[in-house]
Write a protein that binds this ligand. Structure first.
Ligand code: FO1
Length: 332
């Protein structure tokens, strides 16, 4: 593995979803300040709202690392107002359940205009990042549209698919998901630079993002799972489940929909060991799940227990450093 003087890997690639993933990335930058970090962002949450293209997970990474995030919400901008949202509601415009902030709308106006001008999402994301300078290269998983829809029960025993955002925001994931469908994924390709970032990395990290609708979505883009299977870089993940519960968000509702137990070991098994056709070489679990270490190790995944709560920036840096340390030991 190419290492910098500071001992951190030279090139790190991370697959990231929204809030938990973005917070972890702040720690990753602190743990490897002179590494080149590429983030492959989930775009399955993307949605057209009032004629604007909204990319929640790309924006959460960009705002969080760029210093513009609303810390209390974990999404959207700090110092935000919702005047336009209220005006749209006054006209009776739906959906009214999705909160577009006034500052945030500027991002979507820029993105929508650049997309309309014919620029691919990867170029648009690069342009938006010129302002925010997140300190990483942020790539969408694909330039093609692939949106997560959720199959839910309807009255009368039929089922229908609703956009992920409607399930997540309007229904707070409280109606059971029968399946997740990534609409358009068959025609989606990895965005430019994505495969190279995986194959050319010295370490690949899976942050504690939602393993189903964030990391799992990225792994569905044709070519990405295969690239993870063949990269010489060790692939180390951080469990998003601590003590049988997700730290935030509704990963449990997502895992249940797939019939996967909400546990650190079950998520590792769900990702699979690389030498068994999966994607993981290493897996960090919280001390609360130290009892899972042997189970995970028997899957062929190196597993270590340590505190995983990202309570402070220094805690987060230490978690990221532990992931990089495990990767370095797996590589040597
Ligand atoms: N999440 C909510 O719970 N309520 C909202 O009204 C909401 C609006 C919103 C607007 C822009 C954006 O980028 C994200 C937004 N989110 C909202 C969060 C979003 O649903 C999730 O962050 C991701 O899709 C899942 O990671």
């Amino acid at each position: 593995m190419r290492m910098r003087q500071s001992g951190s890997p030279a090139r790190i690639t991370a697959l990231a979803g929204g809030i938990g993933g973005a917070r972890f990335l702040r720690g990753l930058i602190a743990a490897a300040p002179d590494a080149e970090i590429t983030v492959i962002g989930n775009t399955g949450d993307d949605i057209w709202i009032h004629g604007l293209r909204v990319c929640p997970d790309l924006d959460t990474v960009m705002y969080t690392l760029g210093g513009g995030i609303s810390e209390e919400r974990g999404w959207g901008r700090q110092d935000e107002t919702f005047t336009v949202k209220d005006e749209l509601a006054a006209y009776g415009m739906e959906p009214s359940w999705f909160g577009l902030g006034d500052r945030d709308i500027a991002t979507h106006l820029v993105r929508t205009q650049l997309l309309a001008a014919g620029y691919p999402l990867s170029a648009v994301t690069e342009a938006l990042c010129l302002r925010w300078a997140p300190g990483v290269r942020l790539l969408p998983m694909s330039d093609e549209r692939a949106e997560t829809h959720v199959v839910v029960d309807e009255e009368g025993g039929t089922q229908r698919a609703i956009h992920f955002q409607e399930w997540w925001v309007r229904h707070q994931a409280r109606i059971p998901a029968r399946a997740f469908v990534l609409v358009g994924v068959d025609d989606a390709k990895p965005a430019p630079g994505v495969i190279e970032a995986i194959e050319g990395a010295d370490a690949v990290v899976l942050p504690p993002s939602n393993p189903v609708v964030s990391i799992g979505t990225i792994l569905q883009v044709p070519g990405i799972r295969e690239a993870l299977g063949r990269t010489p870089a060790p692939v180390v993940g951080v469990s998003p489940i601590i003590g049988g519960r997700p730290v935030r968000g509704m990963a449990d509702a997502c895992l249940t929909a797939l019939g996967v137990e909400t546990s650190a070991a079950a998520v590792a098994a769900h990702y699979g060991a690389r030498d068994a056709g999966g994607v993981l070489d290493g897996w960090l679990v919280d001390d609360a799940d130290a009892g899972d270490v042997d189970t995970v190790a028997r899957l062929g995944i190196a597993c270590e227990a340590r505190p995983l709560l990202m309570s402070t920036p220094d805690d987060t840096r230490a978690i990221a450093a532990a992931a990089l340390d495990l990767a370095a030991r797996l590589r040597s």
